[in-house]
Structure formats: structure tokens, C-alpha cells
Design a protein around this ligand. Structure first.
Ligand SMILES: NC(=O)c1ccc[n+]([C@@H]2O[C@H](COP(=O)([O-])OP(=O)(O)OC[C@H]3O[C@@H](n4cnc5c(N)ncnc54)[C@H](OP(=O)(O)O)[C@@H]3O)[C@@H](O)[C@H]2O)c1
Length: 326
């Protein structure tokens, strides 16, 4: 039986403690299935949640880690006609950090060939989330301000670039001065350093216009600052919790400013919106990638054998995704 490499875990826990590179049997496609060979996979915060056992949906153990990657069909089972060997597709979500995986042909998500492999690998979770955050929660008039924390995250960089395309203006909260210039080069209208007193100067930043939408993937103080500067009847959307702190809501803003707080989860949105909704969002993402109005930086690429270095790098200051290639 042919073997392949996979980054697996047999228990939930910290990635560097529970993950290991294993040799497993290479799967053969059953009737109606295709086998996909991985070209590149990403490391995302939700991978840590899935490996750690805290995410909204978990895999049965033992599991292959990783959620997002792009691949190419390298074998097809009996009865498959709608897709052929060589087609570029999303790597199956059930464990992207492995060399190949099988998926029913009916579930295959085709990926345009005129988008680079690196951009395609990053295209399935963060850019569509950013698009939904900007388009599907609050109806924003052109010229509206959007505030976000983790401005240098993949979602944050997508928000900055998509906002430009959609005619919106952004204020991005970051933790390092060194990020100001690169974010501005990508189209960020304002970049502010967390804890620098920017909250008191928000009127200067927006030239007196109110902020309708705040995007929070951090929690704690960072999220609290957003509530304090949101305009009357503004909305804060929480879609991540990088500090693992409670999202607190200062009562007076709820009462006197009618500020609203909602959540967003891409996985759930996809289920609700169905295939048509997914196609609409992915088509918008790929159009922007093709036109070059959306380009997400890659910080570094590692082989599977170097996955521990990749995970350590992922946790250090960076601007761009870490990719894994077999
Ligand atoms: N709900 C959904 O459907 C959904 C979908 C996609 C993403 N997300 C969430 O969106 C967030 C960003 O994901 P991503 O893949 O775009 O991230 P990413 O590219 O991996 O970047 C991570 C970001 O988190 C920041 N960060 C990490 N630890 C932090 C801390 N303790 N305090 C403040 N900031 C911290 C980093 O800032 P520094 O560079 O300063 O460390 C960086 O901006 C995550 O929370 C993720 O779970 C949610």
C-alpha cells in the first residue's frame, strides 16, 4: 500500500504537544469520488481551536489537522465525469495538512486557474469572511467608516482591500508601529496603535463622521475601545477571540447609544446561504484576486517536515500567512 505524510493528532491539546508527522495509507477514490493532491495549505487561528478542542465543530480523533488548502485532482473513481484529473480544487476540509485526500465529486469546489496557488490556498476562509462582514451584516452607504482590530490579520488585510473596492473607509487597530506603512500601502485609510489614546481622537480620525460598523476578532480592551467609538445605533460584529478574554459591553453604550452586538461564523453562514450564497461570495473574492485589488501577503512557506518551525513562526510577529507544502 502506498504511504503518504500527514500531520495528525490523537488527542486535543496544544499543537506543539499533540501534533506529529505520520506515515498513513494513501487513500484511493471510491465510486463517485476524486482524490486531491495538496499544493499548499494555510495555518489559521481556527486550526488551533480544532486541534485544541475548543472550536465550534471538532473532528473525531485521531484526526489530520488543517482546514484550508488548494490542490489538484490526481485520481478519479468510477462514475465521475464532471471533473477530470488536473483540475484545481479546494483541498477537502477534513484535514488539509496531508498529501492527498478523497472527496465526493459532487462536493468539489473548483478554483480558478488564473489565481496563483498561494492566493488560492488563502482564499477559502478569511477573504470570504471579510466580504460577508462588510456586505452581509449592515447595509453601509458608500463612504461609511468601518473599524476593525487585528488589522494585519488575513481577515484584516482583506477588509482593508475590499473596503477600497466597495467604496468604504477603514480604521485598523494594530499592535505595532511597523505595521502602519505596509497597511497604508495596501489601502488602509487610518491605522491606529492599540492603547495609544486614539479613542480620544476618533473625531479627528473620521473628521467628525460616525462609525457604523466595528469588526472584532480580539476581545478584551481592544473590543471595548470599539464600543466606545461606535456611532449611534452602530454594530459591533465579533467573529474571533484572539485574547481569549470575555467580550465585555459597557452598559451605557447599550442604553444611550443603542449600540448592537452580533456574532459571525463563516461555517454557519455557508450552511445557511447554501451553494448559491457560497458561489456569490467566492466569485467576488476571485474577481478581486484576479484583478489584483485583493492580494494577501505570504510570510513564509514550510514543508510538512518543518511544521514545528512553521507553527512557531505563525505565533511570532508577522505580516502574512504561513503556508505548508508537502
Ligand atoms: N468567525 C469566523 O467565521 C472567522 C473566519 C475567519 C477568521 N476568523 C477569526 O479572525 C481572526 C483573524 O484570523 P486570521 O486568520 O485572519 O488571522 P492571522 O492572519 O493568523 O493573524 C492573527 C492576528 O491576530 C492578532 N493577535 C494574535 N494574538 C493576539 C493577542 N493576544 N492580542 C491581540 N491581537 C492578537 C495578530 O496580531 P499581531 O501581529 O499583533 O500578533 C494578527 O493580527 C481570528 O480570531 C480568527 O479566528 C473568524
Amino acid at each position: 500500500m502506498t504511504q503518504q505524510k500527514a500531520i495528525c493528532h490523537h488527542a486535543f491539546g496544544k499543537p506543539l504537544e499533540v501534533l506529529q508527522l505520520e506515515e498513513v495509507a494513501r487513500p484511493e477514490p471510491s465510486d463517485g469520488e476524486v482524490r486531491v493532491r495538496l499544493l499548499a495549505a494555510t495555518i489559521n487561528p481556527s486550526d488551533y481551536g480544532m486541534i485544541g478542542g475548543s472550536y465550534g465543530r471538532l473532528r473525531e480523533l485521531p484526526a489530520v489537522a488543517g482546514r484550508e488548502g488548494v490542490g489538484v485532482v490526481d485520481a478519479i473513481g468510477h462514475g465521475v465525469s464532471r471533473i477530470g484529473v488536473g483540475a484545481r480544487v479546494r483541498f477537502p476540509d477534513g484535514g488539509a495538512w496531508q498529501e492527498t485526500a478523497c472527496i465526493p465529486a459532487a462536493d468539489v469546489l473548483a478554483v480558478p486557474e488564473d489565481v496563483s496557488i498561494e492566493q488560492a490556498a488563502i482564499s477559502f476562509i478569511n477573504p470570504p469572511t471579510a466580504y460577508c462582514l462588510l456586505k452581509k451584516i449592515v447595509n453601509l452607504a458608500p463612504g461609511s467608516w468601518v473599524l476593525q482590530n487585528a488589522g494585519n490579520s488575513a481577515v484584516g488585510l482583506s477588509v482593508i482591500q475590499m473596503a477600497k473596492v466597495l467604496g468604504l473607509k477603514t480604521i485598523s487597530q494594530v499592535r505595532r508601529e511597523a505595521l502602519i506603512e505596509p497597511l497604508q500601502a495596501l489601502g488602509a485609510d487610518r491605522v491606529v496603535i492599540e492603547g495609544s489614546g486614539w479613542v480620544e481622537q476618533v473625531n479627528q480620525l473620521t473628521e467628525g463622521e460616525s462609525i457604523r460598523l466595528a469588526l472584532n476578532s480580539i476581545g478584551g480592551e481592544s473590543a471595548m475601545h470599539q464600543i466606545k467609538v461606535l456611532g449611534e445605533s452602530g454594530t459591533q460584529v465579533t467573529f474571533g477571540g484572539m485574547v481569549g478574554d470575555l467580550v465585555r459591553f459597557p452598559t451605557r453604550y447599550l442604553i444611550f447609544n443603542n449600540v448592537r452586538m452580533v456574532g459571525f461564523w463563516w461555517d454557519q453562514w455557508c450552511q445557511r446561504a447554501g451553494k448559491d450564497g457560497l458561489d456569490e461570495v467566492m466569485s467576488a473574492v476571485y474577481t478581486m484576486m484576479r484583478e489584483g485589488t485583493l492580494k494577501l501577503p505570504v510570510e513564509a512557506t514550510y514543508s510538512f517536515a518543518e511544521y514545528e518551525r512553521a507553527l512557531k513562526h505563525d505565533k511570532s510577529p508577522r505580516l502574512g500567512k504561513i503556508l505548508l507544502k508537502p
